[in-house]
Design a protein around this ligand. Structure first.
Ligand code: DOR
Ligand code: ZN
Length: 352
């Protein structure tokens, strides 16, 4: 039985993995039915590095939409050291690219074509700064000598701080921020600086990966950290600071590839993400700050108008667990936080 409802402006997801082919068809509506726009990550097996590839991918996403859905995919260009800047500029001019994604080479899924030496992309960053297009950064060093739990903090010192200094007007987003150090950097940096925060980094600490056994469905990159980091993320997300906004990093992988000797990194949360965020803001007694985080701050940072539709959520007395999403003979595990979910979307977007 429902005890309370909440109506907010329809949100956007500023960081999502929609994949391609059958996986795209299976996961897309979980995002498109709730979020008005989403920044779609370009780390396909063949990364989206050109305007032509982006146009074709956008068309595949649009073709996979449920008829009548009002959803706009915003594409990010995958940054390589060999980026073709004239093609990229044309893509921006034609409204194909909304952002550029910086993966350190080897940091995560399909990142081998990413950036090995950050100074080599300085000409591209110069262009981005002039165009006013955001650089979305996967902020982890790829260095076996650095403990995996320290890789974000070390990346900030080695790469992000120099980038911030050398490109003072560049729009910089520390994607899926996970640490106290990341929150401090984003809060204090000069120039247009922001961070996205995922539901799972707000709801899990690193114990979740080892809870009475190895838990591949709690494994993502950057990995979830100590409790004090989770608490810093919750404070940042619910603070009302416009530098922090919603980005789910929903990253579907088949169960057989997660439950594996070398399980893939990524948590699929699209079906529950908005309910998870709402639950966090409710627990923090900051529901009044949810709309800013979910529907206003990101759009303002990207220089886009806020959505005008509304969405309704309801809270019930009993908690529930989201069912897996079936795909062929396999399935994708949907993120449910420890203790279950009490919130859920109760009315899909409608004109407000
Ligand atoms: O956990 C993750 N999964 N982190 C990433 O950076 C990439 C993503 C994916 O594409 O699976
Ligand atoms: Zn991601």
């Amino acid at each position: 039985m429902s005890t309370s409802t909440l109506i907010i402006r329809r949100p956007d997801d500023w960081h999502v993995h929609l994949r391609d082919d059958a996986l795209l068809g299976a996961v897309l509506d979980a995002t498109a039915s709730v979020f008005a726009r989403a920044v779609v990550m370009p780390n396909l097996r063949l990364p989206i590095t050109t305007t032509g590839a982006a146009l074709a991918y956008r068309a595949r996403i649009q073709a996979a939409l449920v008829p009548g859905r009002r959803f706009t995919p915003l594409l990010a260009c995958y940054l390589t050291e060999a980026i073709d800047l004239s093609d990229f500029r044309a893509g921006v001019r034609d409204g194909v690219f909304s952002a550029v994604k910086y993966y350190p080479a080897g940091a995560t899924t399909n990142s081998d074509a990413g950036v090995a030496e950050f100074k080599r992309v300085y000409p591209a960053l110069e262009a981005l700064q002039t165009l006013g297009i955001p650089l979305l950064v996967h902020g982890e060093v790829v260095d076996d000598h650095v403990d995996i739990f320290d890789r974000e903090a070390v990346f900030i010192d080695r790469v992000l701080a120099p980038l911030r200094r050398d490109f003072p007007a560049l729009k910089l987003v520390l994607e899926h921020v996970t640490t106290v150090e990341g929150v401090a950097f984003v809060t204090d940096a000069s120039g247009p600086t922001a961070a996205t925060i995922t539901p799972h980094h707000l709801m899990l600490n690193r114990n979740a990966i080892f809870e009475r056994g190895l838990r591949p469905h709690a494994y993502c990159l950057p990995v979830v950290k100590r409790e004090r980091h989770r608490l810093a993320l919750r404070a940042a997300a619910t603070s009302g600071n416009p530098r922090f906004f919603l980005g789910t990093d929903s990253a579907p992988h088949l169960r057989r590839l997660k439950e594996h000797a070398c399980g893939c990194a990524g948590i699929f949360n699209a079906p529950t993400a908005l309910a998870c965020y709402t639950q966090v803001f409710d627990e923090e007694q900051k529901l009044d700050k949810l709309e800013g985080f979910a529907a206003l701050h990101g759009a303002a940072f990207y220089g886009l108008a806020a959505n005008t539709e509304a969405i309704e959520l309801a809270k019930s007395n009993a908690s529930h667990t989201a069912p897996d999403l079936a795909i062929g003979p396999d399935a994708i595990r949907v993120f449910t936080p420890p203790g279950g979910l009490r919130w859920q979307v109760s009315k899909l977007p409608c004109a407000s």
